[in-house]
Design a binder for this molecule. Sequence first.
Ligand code: EPU
Length: 418
Amino acid sequence: MEKLIIHGQKRLKGEVNVSGAKNAAVAILPATILSDGDCIIENIPDILDVSILKNILTDLGADIKNLNSSSIQIDTSNINSHIATDKQIGKLRASYYLMGALLGRFNKAVVTFPGGCDFGVRPIDQHIKGFEALGAKVEIEHGKVILTAQKLVGAPIYLDVVSVGATINIMLAAVKAEGITTIENAAKEPHIVDLANFLNAMGADIKGAGTDVIKIRGRKYLEGGHTYTIIPDQIEAGTYMIAAAATKGDVLVKNIIPKHMESLTAKLQEMNVRVDVFDDSIRVYCKDKIKKVNIKTLPYPGFPTDLQPPITSLLCRAEGTSIITEGVWDNRFQYVDELKRMGAKIKVEGRMAVIEGPVQLTGAPVRALDLRAGAAMVIAGLMARGETVISNIDYIDRGYEKLDEKLKTLGADIKRAE
Ligand code: EPU
């Protein structure tokens, strides 16, 4: 098993290019199942989750040509099975988008129950509620979700919780349904807008993505022959912005949509970190002490839960006591015990973490407990005195393209080792 070894306290300096958004790519790839022709998709991040998804689609019968490291041509017209039960599927959260996509294409689907990072219970009741409203029968047997419908008919659907996954899955199932579907209390994340744009480019009729009411008028066919470019990864961008502040560095984070970064930009500025916003890049620099802040994670446009672990590492060097409240997941502070091995003074009570600062972290052997917890360990390692050895880095590779290489070009002392 590979590890990341970091010798900390090097200021990050220079420019870094952000890759395509993981959570958009893992929705758009399954969405190609709904297309009646082939499509070219650009700016796909080179990460493990995408490779797994490409393998799953190939096994289902898709023809995928890699045009270059970030673009593919995909033709799903040969997919003739609605059954996706390979054991790779259980490894991946986003494999649940196969439910909506296969159901949308075949009016039936059998998909292994999804896996993914462990933040406590991860129910899919809102996905099921949506599929049932569209006319599908949903059964869960032997770890598989079995969906069957005579036909799918558009319906009004009110989500009881704002769910990214349910919003996307319902869009996928509804896009070819008969009539109009409205999703109320829909999630508004940038990757939802990206998926809607991709589907609309193929001839779908989706309005309101990015607001809390999405209206989908079903279409019989979605034509192929289009080239679509995935948006930049908001969370990867945020991770580099936080890493710059954490190391008192000076980094230009390039190829991003600054609007997507507003909640983080505002918090960094409140912490006394300098943030200059340009058209498609953001410079983060910081020489001074940083101030404590309180943060509550929320669905977009609130502060993203996926940046909660990285910013917790940064707050270890803030002057005073910061409080982070996790507003999305029940149990997303498990990684705090790993930070404590490095000297962090953090108390967790339920969905709240109280971070005492400033603390000089010191290197230690730690584990990446999930993808963003792994990013938190990397940032802590960059801040720490001495050597940090991070194990379980498969998690990091699932969602960050070449994190270690990109950090190295910014001057970090980081390497991979067996
Ligand atoms: N929820 C329900 N019922 C449902 C679905 C969700 O109660 O049917 C609850 C969840 O338990 C949670 C909240 O609703 O408390 C939000 O969950 P959501 O469905 O929005 O999360 P998700 O779609 O499973 C995606 C991202 C996560 C990110 C969350 C929140 C993907 C593949 N995953 O998960 O990203 O944390 O939205 O923004 O898009 C990551 O990238 O590291 C990651 C974990």
